[in-house]
Write a protein that binds this ligand. Structure first.
Ligand SMILES: [Fe+2]
Length: 236
């Protein structure tokens, strides 16, 4: 089934973060995604304040090279778009303003992660700052943050013009797993706007697959699933 799935969170660019180590691995991950029905991938390498921040030009040129290689070496029409997974820190908005950090596929949407133990006050403050900025905040792998497991906090964040991304892989956990149960409620409420693989390699943290997409196909209504799979606001 070709639904033209989007993977908006993956670490497929080689040698730039803790994701793919070389072009062979990158092409393998892209091929796996293609076989699962993915047709657009936003490459989101880690942008971390405590390491040398990525050079925007490096990301853009690797994305260009990836697009060439999928055509010449894999013979497929996968579309790779540039992005970054931005680690939240005080200067992040300034760095976006200065054009140092990348948005998602050149839009005003930004994919932002926090430390797992981030207090709610920090996430709320970030949401407030983004609300007053030209950028629109997408919180990466929302299931990771203890502070957002409280319904009151999550509801407040959602009322602040924030969108949520979740890692599709999480729904393969056991039936009684607390993360899976929490996510299931969030999907039932249609609180999540994007799924991604957060793939780092072909096996341990793999790309989207028929297996990881199965739960979505079996449990979500068609319209909502289409929104999740089609990159939501990035989709055509
Ligand atoms: Fe990631």
């Amino acid at each position: 089934m070709n639904e033209g799935i989007w993977d908006i969170h993956c670490h497929i660019l080689p040698g730039i973060d803790d994701g793919s180590r070389n072009w062979d691995m990158t092409l393998q991950m892209i091929r796996q995604s293609w076989d699962a029905g993915v047709r657009t991938m936003i490459a989101t390498p880690h942008y971390l304040p405590w390491r040398n921040r990525l050079k925007k030009e490096t990301v853009l040129s690797l994305v260009e090279e990836a697009n060439q290689k999928v055509r010449t070496e894999l013979g497929i029409e996968m579309r790779i778009l540039p992005g970054e997974e931005l680690y939240y820190h005080n200067d992040l908005l300034k760095e976006l303003e200065e054009g140092k950090a990348l948005t998602m596929a050149g839009t005003r949407y930004v994919l932002v992660e926090f430390s797992e133990g981030a207090p709610y006050s920090e996430i709320r403050m970030a949401a407030e700052r983004f609300r007053r900025s030209p950028w629109k905040l997408i919180i990466a792998h929302v299931e990771r943050y203890g502070a957002l497991r409280k319904n009151r906090n999550l509801d407040e964040i959602l009322s602040m013009d924030v969108e949520l991304q979740s890692n599709a892989e999480e729904m393969q956990r056991g039936m009684f797993d607390s993360t899976k149960r929490w996510l299931r409620k969030r999907y039932d409420a249609q609180d999540i706007s994007y799924i991604g693989s957060d793939a780092h390699d072909p096996v341990k943290r793999p790309p989207l697959s028929d297996k990881s997409l199965k739960w979505f196909r079996e449990h979500l209504d068609t319209e909502y699933r289409f929104m999740l799979f089609s990159g939501n606001h990035f989709g055509n």
